[in-house]
Design a protein around this ligand. Structure first.
Ligand SMILES: [Zn+2]
Length: 58
């Protein structure tokens, strides 16, 4: 069974002193992503690599 949520993407703070994080690759915020691969931008390298890895499991 495939995991539903993916939170191991590279993260960075949106701004110094902020507690809001975003994907350091596609810059979508953690709130937007909400653990879902499809909420990363289609061009996000993390999403592309994960989807590739998942498709190999089928
Ligand atoms: Zn991303």
């Amino acid at each position: 069974m495939q995991p539903k949520f993916f939170i191991d993407y590279p993260q960075e703070r949106i701004e110094e002193g902020s507690n809001v994080y975003r994907c350091s690759i596609c810059k979508e915020t953690a709130l937007t992503i909400n653990g879902l691969l499809t909420n990363h931008k289609a061009s996000c390298k993390y999403r592309i690599e994960k989807e590739k890895a998942l498709s190999f499991d089928d």
